[in-house]
Design a protein around this ligand. Sequence first.
Ligand code: EPZ
Length: 417
Amino acid sequence: MEKTSVTIEGGHELNGVIDVFGAKNAVLPILSSTIMLDGETTLLNIPPIGDINSMVRMLNSLNIRTEYRAGGSIHILNQKKIRHIAPYELVTAMRASFFVAGPLLAKTGFAKVPLPGGCSIGLRPVDIHIQGLKKLGVDINFEHGFVEFSALNLKGDAIDLPFPSVGATENIMMAACLAKGETVINNAAREPEVVDLANFLIKAGAVIEGHGTSSIFVQGVQSLMGVRDYFVIPDRIEIGTLLIAGGITGGCVEIKHVHSSYLSSITDVLDEAGLIISYDNNNVRCSANGSIHPVDITTEPHPGFPTDMQAQMMALLSIACGKSVIKETIFENRFMHVNELVRMGASIQVDGQIAIVSGGKLSGADVKITDLRAGAALVLAGLIAEGKTVVHGLHHLNRGYFNLMGKLKSLGARLDL
Ligand code: EPZ
């Protein structure tokens, strides 16, 4: 029976060396792209977390045999006739399921996907996805809460994204792989997870250039083949969360096998906050160094500071020796963790998309998780708060972090599930 809450005793240093699994936000689009690949694919370094389980169920519902194998791998066998209707209950369970639209279109010429709902952090529209796919010659019809896509022959085109949407870039890039001719995606998302998806597709036979820059070029091909043993990039958001766990408790945490080039947008800010960041080989280490300094942060598309680290940074800055200004520019409602941090004694004023954090002391309290990254922030706050903190709603955390409590405990956290 999955535990719904954890009791954390604050004030204990976290020290040690730990590994992380593959990035949730790389695994999800890579899994959906296997709809386009003929034959067998094996993905390695996969965390068995809620959102990935949802995507595994989604692929199986589309008649693509997908299963976890020992040692954190997933095996996909795509050989039968694919269904092109994505079940409502799976898309509403995880909005990233909308990423199956592009691959389904490219592979079958049809896709029927429920409009994903919003979530606690925002409305999460998919208009940029829709506009981009239309440019590839897709006919789109909205009916009964579903989006019906049809394209008997996808053709490449130049697509200018109004915003570097991660999901829209991925959906359009996947569809373009099997379109006729060349597609250029301008103002494309540059996130490392987009790059990892492109690298995976290239191994499957796709012709893609410019991934990681604002202009991605895709030359359509006839077909794509399964990929053996693809090792997904480590999860930079989990890495950032664990580094803060070391820094906020006055300890020293080292993460093995990371890609330093992907992490600098996070570790540069930790460095500015007074933590000592050091890289050697493929490991990154974060050590506390006296008090935490206040830092002004604006969340931005990569290579800016990631919105998925905003809540965790707010927890750290809640104990800084001064005032920090945090501006959230990506999602319209991503300050749900503020009220819970305030219940722990944090001094935070919110005015629209700006939160002003005046550092001080935190005290343990009962707090409730509203969304994945807010949950991580509350756990981090509990590690340093005086006394006991009971964090309720762990199921939100389990969507995106595998065994986070076990990892924290192995680093010295005192917690009871
Ligand atoms: C991806 O979501 C990530 N999820 C999010 O991580 C991450 O926060 C986000 O990118 C930004 O980096 C996955 O990769 C599965 P967007 P996505 O399209 O693709 C607006 C987590 O905690 N927008 O870049 O949905 C949108 O409303 C999750 O792991 C439109 O207006 O993000 C938002 O305000 C949370 N129309 C902004 O763009 C569209 O068609 C960024 O969205 C698409 C997006």
